[in-house]
Ligand binder design. Structure first.
Ligand code: 5AD
Ligand code: SF4
Length: 448
């Protein structure tokens, strides 16, 4: 059958869709780009903010037209929203054939077969631990120039229960894969051409710590042990990971990253708020100063480290003073990128029991202020790079200008350059920075 998947939300969803595409092609199906030519339409959904759910529901609703033209069409909703709403989604969207929750994704192939054979609405949303080890397949297109990048999910679920967050309810308890499974998957990807691997998990640095919400003490970090093993794989040029919870950066993890060959010096360190009062209401287990200490320790171990973050503006009760503290901390750290979200109450999460008290205009205004700060700081910091020599992993033609090529530094900055004969996507090359743009750098490739 011809199958189309549309993915909403985070990198974990992207990775799940990729694994499902791999499983479907192994079962003899063909993945297609267009909705119109598909026999099966799959929507891998997100629940993290209301907007994400609204978008997916709107899109699935619209598919009713296609189904009217082609009654044989099978339509399925997968992932977080499917998990959260289950049968309710089938009632709301009667042309939907099935919902498949986060704990049942590995059953997609037989489920599609059974629905084809016996047309009825199905909701499969029980949590199954099997999903952890059954989602290791990869769908990698050889023609894609960025195919040297791969992602591996090393944990699933989350035990942290931040008060605003629906993830622990829709993705279930945190579980880690066996180290050998992860290493085998990484070796197979590298043998298949991968040069860069992104490790994924809702709280990736909690890998191997048994779901314990208290981070490991000084000297212990199963996640660091995994990084050490991955670092030994010949041909693996870069290792990245997202998202770590800030309190898991102990001495062991920091020194492992700093002394590694391939782990990139770019850390996504979700802040959420710079106000202790708000952090506590969010059930984040750190204070602003503890967060500052993690940043300082990382900067000390790796002077070139860059950071990105997630911040929520307009959390219930966030005052002007709370917001000022967030802004101050963000300017102090100096992020290279930040994902700023306007608080969205998620039914089922703790904070949604209270009032969504910050008016929309205030959320918009705070969002705009933080974005403007970020823009200013990024263009300033990029200017300071002019004249330096940086190593990039060559990616291929720039998306906006096909005559130029681009690559990324380990610190995750994009550098554009004119290609020279023999330069290969997926290779490491030195570039001299000649000019800074507002979000990226320009340079000249140095001879090998
Ligand atoms: N409202 C707004 N942003 C949220 N996030 C998670 N839940 C919510 C919510 N209810 C943000 C957090 C998290 C990122 C993935 O999404 O910043 O780190
Ligand atoms: Fe959500 Fe917090 Fe878990 Fe991240 S750590 S997925 S924000 S509950």
């Amino acid at each position: 059958m011809k199958i189309h998947i549309k993915t909403y939300g985070c990198q974990m969803n992207e990775r799940d869709s990729e694994a499902l595409s791999g499983m479907l092609t192994q079962a003899g199906h063909i993945m297609v780009e267009s909705e119109e030519s598909a026999d099966v339409l799959l929507f891998n959904t997100c629940s993290v903010r209301e907007q994400a759910e609204r978008k997916a529901k709107g899109k699935i609703g619209y598919m009713k037209k296609l189904k009217a033209k082609n009654p044989e069409l099978v339509i399925g909703a997968l992932g977080c929203m499917a998990q959260r709403l289950g049968d309710k989604l089938l009632d709301e969207l009667p042309h939907l054939d099935f919902v498949l929750g986060t704990g049942q994704l590995h059953t997609l192939v037989p489920l599609i077969e059974s629905i084809k054979a016996d047309r009825r609405q199905v909701a499969a949303i029980t949590e199954s631990p099997e999903v952890l080890n059954s989602m290791g397949s990869h769908f990698r297109s050889k023609s894609d120039l960025t195919d040297f990048k791969a992602q591996i999910a090393i944990t699933r679920g989350c035990n942290r229960f931040c008060s605003y967050c629906i993830v622990p309810y829709v993705r279930g308890r945190e579980i880690s894969r066996e180290m050998n499974d992860v290493l085998d998957e990484a070796r197979a990807l590298v043998a298949d051409g991968a040069k860069e691997i992104m490790l994924l998990g809702q709280n990736v640095a909690a890998y191997g710590w048994g779901g314990n919400i208290n981070p490991p003490p000084s000297g212990i970090s199963p996640f660091a042990e995994l990084l050490e093993e991955l670092d030994r794989i010949p041909g693996l040029l870069r290792i990245r990971f997202t998202s770590p919870y800030p309190t898991y950066f102990n001495d062991k993890l920091i020194s492992t990253i700093a002394s590694s060959r391939a782990v990139c010096h770019n850390i996504h360190l979700p802040l959420q708020s710079g106000s202790d009062r708000v952090l506590s209401a969010m059930n984040r287990q750190y204070t602003a100063n503890q967060y500052r200490a993690v940043v300082a320790a990382l900067k000390q171990a790796m002077p070139d480290v860059t950071f990105s973050t997630d911040v929520i503006v307009g959390f219930p009760g966030e005052s002007d003073e709370d917001f000022r503290q967030t802004r101050e901390l963000m300017n102090e750290v100096g992020y290279d990128n930040s994902f700023i979200f306007k608080y969205s109450p998620r039914p089922g999460a703790k904070s949604a029991e209270g009032e969504d008290s910050v008016p929309q205009e205030v959320k918009e205004e705070r969002n705009a202020i933080l974005l403007a700060d970020l823009k200013r700081r990024v263009s300033e910091v990029l200017q300071t790079q002019v004249g330096s020599i940086q190593e990039v992993l060559v990616e291929g033609t720039s998306p906006r200008n096909p005559e130029r090529w681009s690559g990324r530094t380990g610190t995750n900055r994009v550098i554009h350059f004119l290609p020279t004969l023999g330069v290969q996507p997926g290779s490491l090359r030195q570039v001299k920075i000649t000019r800074a743009g507002s979000v990226s750098l320009f340079g000249e490739l140095l001879p090998e």
